[in-house]
Design a protein around this ligand. Structure first.
Ligand SMILES: [Zn+2]
Length: 186
């Protein structure tokens, strides 16, 4: 399924999952779409936290394919940790380490609303901070690992869905039917 990039937080979360799980042999194309995604995270207002700094964009533009792959691998471990807790109540986790992050409340028009925060720091730290905001406050509680035995894809759960795709759902359903038929046949 192709998602239209609309810039909203839950859309970004879906795109993050696609990014960590899609195997693209064309590494140049992969790096290009990764750059777009990372830039999207760094320029979005994520639950009232904003990181708008042209310097981050300039730095991301210099990331190599290896840099993106390293980021992808770290991100996959982090998301699998979260999805594992949501699915099975446990997972192998790695801490996310920040060297320095500053948060500044920003002026706003409506006095009753919570002031937006401007986040400052090294690009990598700011990026991870925004990813944490994204998963904590924009659908991270719906992160799951597919329950089909032969699949370990992560997905964002919608409704009662327990599988990453209709294909996995269908495969498990037909296996259940076969097992039931076999038991009844005895
Ligand atoms: Zn699956």
């Amino acid at each position: 399924m192709v998602r239209k990039p609309d810039g909203t937080a839950s859309n970004l979360l879906g795109r993050l999952l696609d990014f960590v799980q899609t195997q693209l042999t064309d590494s140049a194309r992969r790096a290009k779409s990764a750059r777009t995604l990372v830039s999207g995270i760094l320029t979005s207002n994520i639950q009232g936290v904003i990181a708008k700094y042209p310097a981050h964009q300039r730095e991301v533009a210099t990331w190599s394919e290896t840099d993106f792959e390293r980021f992808r691998a770290d991100l996959e471990v982090f998301l699998r940790g979260l999805a594992g807790f949501q699915t099975r109540g446990g997972a192998i986790v790695q801490p996310i380490e920040f060297s320095h992050i500053s948060l500044y409340p920003m002026p706003q028009r409506q006095r009753s609303a919570l002031a937006p925060l401007l986040v400052e720091g090294a690009t990598r730290d700011v990026l991870w901070f925004q990813i944490v905001n994204l998963v904590r406050f924009a659908g991270g509680e719906r992160l799951r690992v597919c329950l089909a035995d032969d699949c370990d894809r992560m997905f964002v759960k919608v409704g009662k869905r327990e599988f990453c795709s209709d294909r996995c759902q269908g495969r498990v359903n037909s296996r259940r039917v076969r097992e039931r038929d076999r038991k009844e046949g005895r």
